[in-house]
Design a protein around this ligand. Structure first.
Ligand code: HEM
Length: 503
């Protein structure tokens, strides 16, 4: 009897494996059947056999070189066929012109087990996304941003001091990404929670406790995040999380403390996100039958994504920009001259919001850095209704679609000699330009980055203050190795330059 049961179990397992094998094999014929050029899949992994060994950024770059004449390419997220868009014209169709067929992102982690991960503005699905986006957009008006710029400037002054203290007086090894994460963390503490703390001054900072957990890309954290982005089914089955568990716990605790304090004192800070979210909670139209926890989770999810969004991408851009300036002394000198000229013209010691926007070469250096190193190499969407992309290709509902930003930024027709860092390409660029869809570091269309102008401003204040005090000299290779555990671009080891005080 026992032997019979074992036999039965074995037959069952073998049948399941055979069905799975046949299912995967048949899926791998998906693009061939449709006459779409595709990257040959590896069994089970599909196009993802590189994960945790190489960065997505590097692989998206390689694909853009290997298939440089293609407008699109079939790839496989493990067994699932997905489409990679590689031309600006098709990017425009998917992101803007026909965005009603591509409303949601593909990345997801499951509402039940990861409410903060699935309810934040980045991940949340339509129709709730529309309501959240409309409610949160007023957080980013020019007036608010002007106020926040003052604080960014205070923190940039602290950044300048920290450089003097650590890297000049004490000669400690530089970790640019960590340094800039402290700087961005100090600002987001105020914009989200209304608290003035300073990780840069080595003072106790509940925000630094959170962000350290958020942006530390260990093997397991990287794998978890990768699954959420590229294999959401697996993320749901294994209950993986968008934000790390310790970061989530710290956020919940801090959020409740700040709310309790406000209730107790009757205080309200009109400028921060917590206040905004509390007002929003009162007016929120939730789906019928939703539980009381949903409103709380919705609020905390926005807190979490604002923290992550503010810190990681800006720190990375600052790191790569300083490294390129270190390797381009002429461009660095030009930037220094423009910043000091504006200081003289304004008669101020520190450039404010309007002054900073006028320093054209600063914008050009930032845009060229974001062109060469777009922190997010892919813009993901999922097709929600059958869509005729080209004469020959109809995208089926449920298909994940990735716009390969690297391939558009490195296309020689768009940017001759794309490997060169040349701010002159963007000399009259403004923050709202997408240069006819050839410049997409913040995405485009209804789901473009809500924090774009905030991010640009915190990069501006930091560079403008650092460059008036220091010259940057090379201390790392010009092409920094990217971190294989990070889903977005990140320099392995943090990146470094030599800071030389200007006398
Ligand atoms: C250099 C700085 C930044 C870069 C390069 C960047 C890049 C991006 C990109 C590529 C997207 C996806 C856009 C798309 O799919 O079309 C995005 C979305 C988003 N970003 Fe940023 N970001 C930056 C700064 C920020 C900041 C400072 C915040 C918050 C204060 C933020 C919050 C968000 C949010 C919430 C979304 C999701 C928007 C939605 O789906 O409606 N980002 N960002």
């Amino acid at each position: 009897m026992f032997g019979f049961i074992i036999e039965l179990v074995l037959v069952f397992i073998i049948s399941c494996l055979t069905i799975f094998y046949l299912f995967v094999r048949s899926n791998y014929g998906y693009w061939k059947k449709r006459g779409v050029p595709y990257d040959k899949p590896k069994f089970i992994f599909g196009s993802l056999s590189f994960i945790m060994r190489r960065s997505f950024w590097d692989v998206f770059y390689d694909l853009s070189k290997k298939y440089k004449n293609n407008d699109y390419l079939g790839i496989f997220m493990s067994w699932k066929p997905a489409l990679m868009i590689m031309s600006k014209d098709l990017a425009k169709k998917v992101l803007v012109k026909d965005s009603d067929s591509f409303q949601d992102r593909y990345s997801y982690s499951g509402m039940k087990d990861d409410p903060l991960g699935s309810l934040n503005l980045f991940s949340i699905k339509s129709p709730m996304w529309i309501q959240m986006r409309n409610e949160l957009s007023p957080m980013f008006t020019s007036l608010r941003l002007k106020g926040v710029t003052e604080l960014m400037n205070i923190n940039s002054t602290e950044l300048v001091r920290r450089v003097q203290k650590d890297y000049i007086d004490k000669n400690k090894p530089v970790d640019l990404k960590e340094l800039f994460s402290m700087y961005t963390s100090d600002t987001v503490a105020y914009t989200v929670f209304g608290i003035r703390v300073s990780a840069l001054k080595d003072l106790a900072s509940p925000l630094w406790d959170i962000t350290q957990h958020m942006v530390r890309w260990t093997f397991w954290r990287g794998l978890e995040f990768t699954m959420v982005f590229f294999l959401p089914v697996i993320a749901e089955i294994f209950r993986l999380k968008f934000f790390s568990q310790p970061a989530t716990e710290h956020i919940r605790k801090l959020f409740h403390e700040v709310v309790a304090q406000r209730k107790k004192t009757g205080e309200s800070n009109d400028k921060d996100l917590v206040n905004h979210l509390l007002k929003l909670k009162a007016n929120l139209k939730l789906p019928v039958g939703s539980d009381a926890e949903l409103a709380d989770n919705l609020m905390m999810a926005q807190v979490a994504v604002f923290i992550l969004g503010s810190i990681e991408t800006s720190s990375i851009t600052l790191t790569y920009c300083l490294n390129e300036l270190a390797y381009h002394p002429e461009e660095q000198e030009k930037l220094y001259q423009e910043v000091t000229a504006m200081l003289k013209e304004s008669g101020k010691e520190i450039l404010e919001y309007d002054d900073l926007l006028k320093v054209k070469y600063l914008t050009a250096c930032m845009h060229e850095t974001l062109r060469k190193y777009p922190p997010v190499p892919h813009l993901d969407r999922v097709c929600n209704k059958a869509y005729q992309l080209t004469e020959n290709l109809t995208v089926e509902p449920g298909t994940p679609v990735y716009v390969n930003v690297v391939s558009i930024h490195y296309n020689e027709d768009n940017y001759p000699e794309p490997e060169e860092w040349r701010p002159e390409r963007f000399i009259n660029s403004t923050d709202s330009d997408n240069h006819d869809f050839t410049f997409l570091p913040f995405g485009e269309g209804p789901r473009f980055c809500i924090g774009k102008r905030y991010g640009m401003m915190q990069i501006r204040t930091a560079i403008a203050q650092l460059i008036t005090k220091y010259r940057f000299e090379p201390a790392a290779p010009v092409k920094m190795e990217s971190d294989p555990y990070s889903v977005i671009l990140g320099p392995k080891g943090g990146g470094k330059v030599k800071f030389v005080p200007r006398t």
